[in-house]
Design a protein around this ligand. Sequence first.
Ligand SMILES: Cc1ncc(COP(=O)(O)O)c(C=O)c1O
Length: 402
Amino acid sequence: MIDLRSDTVTLPSPAMRHAMAEAEVGDDVWGEDPTVRALEERSAELLGAEAGLLVASGTMGNLVGLLAHVPRGGEIIGPAEIHTFSSEGAGHAVVVGASARAIPAADDGTIDLVAVRGAVRDPSDVHQPISALITIENTHALSMGQPLAPAYMQSLAELARDVRIPLFIDGARLFNAAVALGVPARDLVPARASATFCLSKSLACPVGSVVVGDTAFIARARRARKMVGGGMRQAGIIAAAGLVALRDGPLGMIDRLADDHANARYLADALASMPGVTGLDPTRVRTNFVLFAIGDQGRWPDDRAGRERAVRTRAAFLARLEARGVRMIEYPEGRIRAIPHYGIERADIDTTIAATRAALAEVGLGPAVTSARAQPAVAPQVSRRTATGSGPEPRPGARGRP
Ligand SMILES: Cc1ncc(COP(=O)(O)O)c(C=O)c1O
């Protein structure tokens, strides 16, 4: 199975498995795991921060970051529909006790700085929540993984300093942004900002994220991590894989992200030329996300019947694709997502292109395909490349999976 649903389905590399088996470990809640400490130091070094903290997931990275910055009744300013606001069980509200001040994101994944400034509340007005944090997602998922450039991150940080509100970056795929922009990742984390990035997405580790920031922030985040049950004991076993991923050179996972981006663009170029594929400008594919729609309308229908029809067509298309050995996944506004990642080679993308063409024809959206390449594959099954079986289908229009 060629599983393009997410980069979270990546499996650890042989070097990671070896490092995990050999890892020197200790009790990390007591600060005694040398491998965790090494990972935290390496992460801080790469992102130009004072300290780091290993956490269980990207969601936990965001949660402890918020807990460390935002008091109960505080408000978080950030782009509408970012993962923090929309896909983490409302942890910002339930656990942190914060409200969200959502600003529509532009096509390039940024939020307008004037709008951010205008969203800051008047602290002397007892009616209003207290603006406590500005957050941003880099890469920005819903805009098809756009990388936010250092200049923008600096401007946002300057604004944050000016209004005396901390800046926290959800950098689940921050290294994708850095590679796409050709800059060191530390250029995307301005001075005094804090951030989190995921090891278990495009960097292909089995578990974990790292939070970085100044030492006082990390001390608060460490306390928050314990509170939410994220204190892990011999976590060096996890950290060992992270250290491999963050290595320079071919065993590491950062440089190779360029291959994923090239594969994403190659796939997008082919998809965009297919009758039945809509809403895809391949020049906007800058990292590992490919988002597209199918149908003959060219846009997400406004009416309910139209949407239901589009959702049914999409489900049929995805089922046909899966029968040909390729998995993609639903994304909001009727879209479909494909993410090339570690373990997906150019030949897999060629197979995907042929399977897509055939599946489109089968749902009546493209010319019939007769080539041998496009014949149905075996019944769908979970393979070496697939980390998990499929879970429950997301509702039409839901934000989608990680
Ligand atoms: C932008 C972003 N932030 C945070 C997360 C949460 O990561 P996790 O699934 O590890 O909790 C995701 C997951 O996909 C994400 O896309």
